[in-house]
Design a binder for this molecule. Structure first.
Ligand SMILES: C[S@@+](CC[C@H](N)C(=O)[O-])C[C@H]1O[C@@H](n2cnc3c(N)ncnc32)[C@H](O)[C@@H]1O
Length: 295
């Protein structure tokens, strides 16, 4: 458990090792040799502890110590760089943060999401798994473009985000606060309602929290077979006839997750009330599936 000492939170090396996938011995060796990182005061030093405020610096130093490139991020297309809208400026800033790679949709996929939203003009959008809000801001920008008054309900656990090598290189203590602030600086805060909860809970409390048929459901939350199936089955009844459902990360061989593919192969294929198209995505072909509820 993190330790509180004089209003600061300290993590032990043991605690950090498991969720970050960094071997304990390597972290320990680094922590004791690194001079730049403040280690916890003697009073709480039964093990090596690190100040929570310095976690980012700690991991950045660790990665450069190990010679691991820590500059992995989505490539920003010129048109996004050159766009002067607040949402575009905010997205460029968000994409520059290591924490958002590769979990957030790429600019190409985001542009696709924005375009779908501005074309189908949904009255009600639900996003399961918004992470730091990049995909949410893309969709909200689509609403803004057509002057829509619709709301996006974005649900996430919003747990503290730790590095998870070799894919994730950053640290974020409060993803909900970051997502809210980003939506505000994008000028789209009024279009997004963030819900910090498990999607299962949201599905159970749907009538209390949303109580309006879903015209566009974006499922990008728990990517395990059980989790993705649960999201699909629990939210499907709330999708309007003619409404759309989008699944992200449908190609396990590229994205490393098998839940969305499982939902397609085991369930969707047998459901004749849905038409389905699989979409290749760029630059990483994690894949998306778009379907329409036709009956
Ligand atoms: C791949 S990320 C979503 C990326 C985001 N859609 C984007 O493109 O920027 C998956 C997210 O799902 C969330 N998640 C996983 N299981 C969940 C659950 N049971 N309920 C709500 N959110 C969940 C995680 O916290 C994580 O932020």
């Amino acid at each position: 458990m993190p330790v509180n000492y004089q209003n600061e939170t300290f993590y032990s090396i043991e605690e950090l090792s498991q969720p970050t996938n960094i071997p304990l011995e390597e972290l320990k060796q680094f922590a004791v040799t690194a001079k730049k990182i403040s280690i916890s005061p003697r009073e709480i030093q039964d093990a090596i502890h690190i100040n929570k405020l310095e976690l980012n610096k700690f991991f950045e130093s660790f990665l450069s110590f190990k010679g691991i490139p820590s500059d992995r991020q989505h490539k920003i297309p010129d048109y996004l760089h050159n766009c002067t809208s607040a949402w575009a400026i905010t997205l460029v800033e968000m994409y520059s943060k290591k924490i958002n790679f590769p979990a957030a949709v790429s600019p190409e996929q985001g542009e696709f999401l924005k375009s779908i939203i501005s074309n189908i003009n949904p009255d009600n959008i639900v996003e399961i798994g918004c992470f730091t809000g990049i995909s949410t801001i893309w969709m909200a920008a689509g609403l803004e473009q057509i002057g829509s008054k619709a709301t996006i309900h974005a649900v996430d656990l919003f747990n503290e985000i730790l590095p998870w090598l070799p894919h994730r290189y950053g640290y974020l203590s409060d993803p909900l606060e970051y997502a809210r602030n980003s939506a505000l600086s994008a000028g789209l805060g009024h279009k997004i309602k963030f819900h910090k909860m498990n999607s299962l809970e949201m599905s159970k409390r749907f009538n209390e929290l949303i109580n309006q048929p879903i015209d566009f459901l974006f499922i990008d939350g728990d990517h395990t077979k059980e989790g993705c199936m649960s999201d699909f089955v629990n939210f499907y009844p709330y999708v309007s006839t003619g409404g759309y459902i989008m699944l992200h990360d449908i190609y396990p061989e590229h994205c490393g997750w098998d839940g969305p593919r499982y939902v397609i192969d085991e369930w969707l294929i047998h459901n004749h009330n849905l038409s389905l198209v699989e979409i290749k995505t760029s630059p990483n072909n994690f894949g998306m599936a778009l379907m329409r509820k036709i009956g």
